[in-house]
Design a protein around this ligand. Structure first.
Ligand code: HEC
Ligand code: HEC
Length: 372
């Protein structure tokens, strides 16, 4: 027997609206356990019924092969250039840190630390999120301060505690000093004037184009595609509990999160209030402790969790979410099932796509490392 979880698009959008006032108080849809037989059947795994497939498709979404952007069409040449830039530590002051240092592509786009080390070992203030599937995010950074991947890529290179380059011009000069980069920019931006080719903007476009192909489809996409057996009974039970408890109010879409700003500590205040989140960007009181909801794709591999890296066990992070966002203390079995579901979001790393390329050789005018 198959119970149908009532989860319509209307309920989801109602949930989203309620998010501002306290979506945590929304009652879970009662299940019609009418008679003993149904109750006994429901006790067998899966504990909760399968979601209706059409509803699941509406709530979530299959990952595309790559994320497209009208403002920055993805071409092979741009991707090839972006890949070089992503791996090139010469884009940092001491030439020892690349994007890949903090977002290691063979480690699910993470460095596995609470906060990352940048120039001269300086520690950052927030946990590094993964770059995989970042194209699914409506805005970039925990506080959403960059609108696109291209905007985002301009940040870390000039950030004094990350890659610490002096200014845009010094990055442009560095790139222009290498023949290999000159050729790669020419191939990637064939229509641009020679003088306009190697620019900070075009560098960011190439990195963005490369990142738009960092996509990790998982068994969950197969499931959404109609193959119910792609998830185990426990994972399906976890999916139902994830939906039924209201996690999808915030974690929905192809990224299973990433499309909205929400208050951390919506129902029960979050203990660490040091980082006010989006307030830093808008200076509006209502944005205190508001963060862009993270995508949960690959979440089992992207610990430690939360913007401050406060949780180092996935189960504890789930418990923390249920408590702070929904005011619930979930039974152990529910936590385990939800964790099993979240693990099914671990995707396949695109091994060929992320192979470290041969980097352009230094030219005569290429500056050396600066440890100061
Ligand atoms: C020193 C470590 C470090 C380096 C180097 C670094 N990042 Fe990050 N990255 C971070 C941290 C920490 C954040 C989160 C910061 C925040 O939200 O304020 C972040 C955020 C991001 C995000 C946003 C993801 C999201 O979920 O919002 C993307 C995309 C990204 N970085 C890509 C890059 C690229 C591309 C480069 C190279 C140009 C790079 N990073 C270099 C540490 C680093
Ligand atoms: C009201 C919105 C909301 C609800 C409901 C919600 N979350 Fe979250 N979730 C967030 C926000 C915002 C963050 C980022 C927290 C931070 O910045 O520290 C987050 C972070 C997470 C993380 C850590 C991700 C990472 O990369 O660090 C996990 C895991 C998670 N949520 C799972 C869940 C589960 C499971 C549920 C249901 C029990 C749930 N969430 C319900 C908004 C929500």
């Amino acid at each position: 027997m198959r119970l149908r979880l009532v989860l319509s698009a209307t309920l989801i959008s109602a949930g989203l609206l309620a998010g501002a006032t306290g979506c945590g108080e929304r009652e879970a849809t009662p299940l019609p356990f009418q008679h003993k037989k149904a109750a006994a059947e429901a006790k067998k795994a899966p504990a909760l019924a399968d979601l209706d497939m059409a509803d699941a498709k509406k709530t979530f979404g299959v990952l595309p092969a790559k994320f497209e952007a009208e403002t920055n069409p993805v071409t092979d040449a741009k991707v090839a250039l972006g890949r070089m830039l992503y791996f090139d530590a010469r884009l940092s002051k001491n030439q020892d840190i690349s994007c890949n240092s903090c977002h290691a592509l063979d480690k699910f786009g993470m460095d596995g630390t609470k906060v990352s080390k940048g120039h001269k070992g300086q520690l950052g203030g927030r946990n590094a999120p993964t770059v995989y599937n970042a194209g699914a995010l409506a805005t970039q950074f925990w506080d959403g301060r960059a609108a696109t991947l291209e905007d985002q890529a301009k940040g870390p290179i000039l950030n004094p505690i990350e890659m610490a380059m002096k200014d845009e011009q010094s990055v442009v000069d560095l790139l222009a000093s290498m023949e290999g980069y000159e050729k790669a920019f020419e191939a990637a931006f064939p229509d641009a004037d020679k003088k306009e080719r190697i620019t900070y903007d075009n560098m960011a476009k190439a990195i963005g184009a490369f990142e738009r192909g960092l996509v990790t489809p998982s068994r969950f996409d197969k499931y959404l595609g109609g193959d119910k057996t792609a998830l185990t009974d426990q994972e399906r039970a976890g999916l139902s509990k994830f939906v039924q408890n209201g996690c999808t109010t915030c974690h929905n879409g192809a990224g299973v999160g990433g499309s909205s700003f929400q208050k951390l500590g919506l129902v029960k205040p979050y203990p660490n209030q040091k980082d006010p989140g989006r307030y830093e960007v808008t200076k509006k009181d209502e944005d205190r402790m508001v963060f862009r909801v993270p995508s949960l794709r690959n979440v089992a591999e992207t610990g430690p969790w939360f913007h401050d890296g406060a949780y180092d066990r996935l189960e504890a992070a789930i418990q923390g979410m249920a408590y702070h966002q929904l005011g619930k203390e979930l039974p152990d079995q529910d936590i385990k099932d939800i964790a099993a579901f979240l693990k099914s979001l671990t995707g396949e790393i695109p091994k060929d796509y992320i192979k470290m390329p041969t980097l352009p050789e230094k030219g005569e005018k290429t500056p050396g490392p600066d440890p100061s």
